[in-house]
Write a protein that binds this ligand. Structure first.
Ligand SMILES: O=C[C@H](O)COP(=O)(O)O
Length: 351
């Protein structure tokens, strides 16, 4: 049910977590032998945080820079990986000037992301390749749900007073409930960054638990706003708290911070995911978001995930890109792959 993670030589941190988990299971005779696929969360356990307080910044930066240089993906192989980037995308519009009409056009693009010429040239035949989800603000959830019904493309809503998360807790929870009622099957919540700065981990845990409960069957993605969190240590700790509280995915950024998804931040988060998996057997998804606009950048992220978590994580239930303009560059690169020429970006306008 939970195959062993490839390439996961246990770190000291995760080994500590495994010991903690074993202690917890041994003390609880009713603990299940097999764990369910969806993250059920666990009681708040500060020892899970203690194991993550050390961060080797220069080691992470070195790893991030060598990871992307070691592999060069070319030709047909590159086209195949770009199609995977497309299938792993939450095609997003989160603008102040969004309208129902704009969202309808984005949904039409999600249903038919590649031109007939591209599909024929790539020999896709009847294979359906679409983004995993369309991601919108709450007022457009019903419109997106209507446009995408029956397609298998999920509707994701950003909730909890996106992007700052500073409304009262009751208001944030109500927003989730309304989005689910309107047809959202995935909810992207933002955390209150102040809880991280103040080290109020249990309070953060309780808020995320409340979000998870409000989601019901909708999957919960927890946005950390990593560019706001000041240190990579905070990123690791907030990741672990979100997972303990029941997050199905942890997500880097809103796209509205001054620094969004970066590879060193991604490394900290995926290593927290790996540690949580080794300790609990539960696989948590990862969503880098914000500023990922080139096909090349998407390939860097795929390499990072394959190297750190293994191929099994490169599926829509465990990995997503949050991106508003990445699809345009993927189309241009695929066209270049077929014709040797680049077309202008406006020819692939999305909305
Ligand atoms: O969650 C998704 C992000 O808001 C998208 O950010 P982006 O517009 O920089 O691609």
């Amino acid at each position: 049910m939970h195959p062993k993670t490839p390439n996961s030589g246990k770190t000291q941190n995760s080994a500590e977590l495994v010991q903690l988990r074993q202690g917890r299971v041994a003390a609880n005779t009713s603990a299940p032998d097999t764990l369910p696929e969806r993250n059920p969360g666990m009681p708040f356990d500060v020892r899970f945080l203690d194991a993550l307080r050390r961060v080797n910044l220069s080691g992470l930066e070195r790893r991030a820079s060598t990871l992307t240089k070691r592999r060069s993906i070319k030709g047909d192989n590159q086209a195949a990986w770009l199609l995977r980037s497309l299938a792993l995308m939450d095609l997003t519009t989160l603008n102040s000037n969004d309208t129902d009409e704009r969202v309808r056009r984005l949904c039409a693009k999600a249903l038919n992301p590649l031109s007939r010429d591209l599909r024929q040239g790539l020999g896709l035949g009847d294979t359906v390749i679409r983004p995993a989800a369309v991601c919108v603000y709450h007022p457009f959830v019903a419109t997106a749900a209507h446009a995408l019904r029956g397609s298998g493309v999920e509707v994701a809503a950003v909730s909890t007073a996106f992007p700052h998360g500073l409304a009262p807790l009751e208001t944030r929870i109500r927003e989730i409930e309304l989005s689910v009622a309107a047809g959202a099957t995935e909810i992207d919540v933002v955390i209150k960054r102040g809880l991280v700065f103040a080290g109020r981990w249990e309070e953060l845990f309780e808020e995320v638990q409340a979000f998870r409960q409000a989601c019901g069957d909708a999957h919960l993605k927890v946005i950390l706003g990593t560019g706001d969190l000041a240190t990579l240590r905070n990123v690791g700790l907030a990741s672990m708290v979100a997972m303990m509280a029941g997050a199905d995915f942890i997500k880097t950024s809103t796209g509205k911070e001054s620094v969004n998804a970066t590879l060193p931040v991604g490394l900290v988060m995926v290593r927290a995911i790996r540690a949580y998996h080794e300790a609990t057997g539960i696989r948590i998804g990862f969503k880098p978001a914000g500023g990922i606009s080139t096909a090349k950048a998407s390939l860097d992220w795929l390499v990072l995930i394959k190297e750190e978590l293994g191929r099994e994580w490169l599926e829509p239930d465990l990995f997503r890109f949050g991106a508003s303009s990445l699809l345009t560059d993927i189309e241009r690169q695929l066209e270049h792959h077929l014709t040797g020429r680049y077309s202008a970006g406006y020819r692939h306008a999305m909305a």
